[in-house]
Ligand binder design. Sequence first.
Ligand code: HEC
Ligand code: HEC
Length: 223
Amino acid sequence: MLLLLAFIAPVVVNAEPASQIAWTPDVLNRVKNGNLNKGKELAESCKSCHGAEGQGMKEETRDDETLPAIPALAGQVANYTYKQLRDYFNGSRSHDSMTGIAKGLTEQDAADLAVWFSSLPPQENKSSSQNLDRAEKMVEQGDGKRTLPPCFVCHGGKGQGEKMDIPMLAGQQSDYFARTLEAYKNGQRHNDIYSRMRLIAQQLSDEEIKELAQYYQQFGVVE
Ligand code: HEC
Ligand code: HEC
C-alpha cells in the first residue's frame, strides 16, 4: 500500500511549477557573466520607481492617494533578481507595472540588470524604536511548536541572502516586505520553488509579519 502511494503521489502534485527557472550551469553562467555596463544603461529606466541608487521607496500618501512601497534592489543577490525578472516575464509572478517591464527584457538584459544592481551598496535604513524581541527570536530560533525554521538558516546571519536564489532582506523597505509576505500567505505570490516561503508565511500572524519587516529594515548595511 505504501509503495503504491509512493507511485501515485508524484502524479497528484504535478501542478504548474512555481517557477520556470531551473538553475542549470547555463543559467548560472549567464547571470555570473552579466555585463555590468550594459546593466547600468538599462537601469536608467528603473530609477523613477526603484530610486537613483536602487534604494526603493517608502509607502507615501500624496493628495489622498497612497503610493505603495517599492522594493530596494541595491546589493540584492544577482540570481534572485534575475529569477524575479524571468518570473514576471513568464507569468509565474505578476504585477501591474513589473509584468509589462519584464516582458520588454531579454534573458541577457535580465542578467545584466541583476549584476548591476547586485554591485550597488545596500542602503542603511535604520528606523523604528519598536520592541522587536519577538521578531529577533523568530529570526534566530524559529518556532518549534509551529514548523517554523529560523529565518537565518536560509537568509543568512546578517540577512544578506545566500546562493542560489535566496534574497537579501537586510534594509528592505518594510512596507514592501510585509506586503510580499502577506502575498505569499494568501497565495497571490506563488513563485517560490518548493513553496519554501508560502509554507512559512501561512503560519505567521499579520502582527508577526509587520515586526519581522521592521526588524529586517533596521538591519541596515551588510558587508
Ligand atoms: C512604474 C514603477 C516601476 C518601474 C519603472 C520598475 N519597477 Fe520594478 N517594481 C516595482 C514595484 C511596485 C515592485 C513590487 C512588485 C510586486 O509586489 O510584485 C517591483 C518589483 C521589482 C522586482 C522584485 C523585487 C523583489 O525584491 O522581489 C525586481 C527584480 C524589479 N522590480 C526590477 C526592476 C527593473 C530591473 C526595472 C527597470 C528595467 C524596474 N523594476 C522598473 C515598480 C517598478
Ligand atoms: C527554507 C529556506 C527559507 C527560510 C527558512 C525562510 N526563507 Fe524567506 N525566502 C526563501 C526563498 C528561497 C525566497 C525567494 C523565493 C522566490 O523566488 O520568490 C524567500 C523570499 C523571502 C521574502 C521576499 C523577499 C523579496 O525581496 O521579495 C521575504 C520577505 C522573506 N523570504 C522573509 C522570510 C522570513 C521573515 C523568514 C523567517 C520567518 C524566512 N523568510 C525564512 C527561503 C527561506
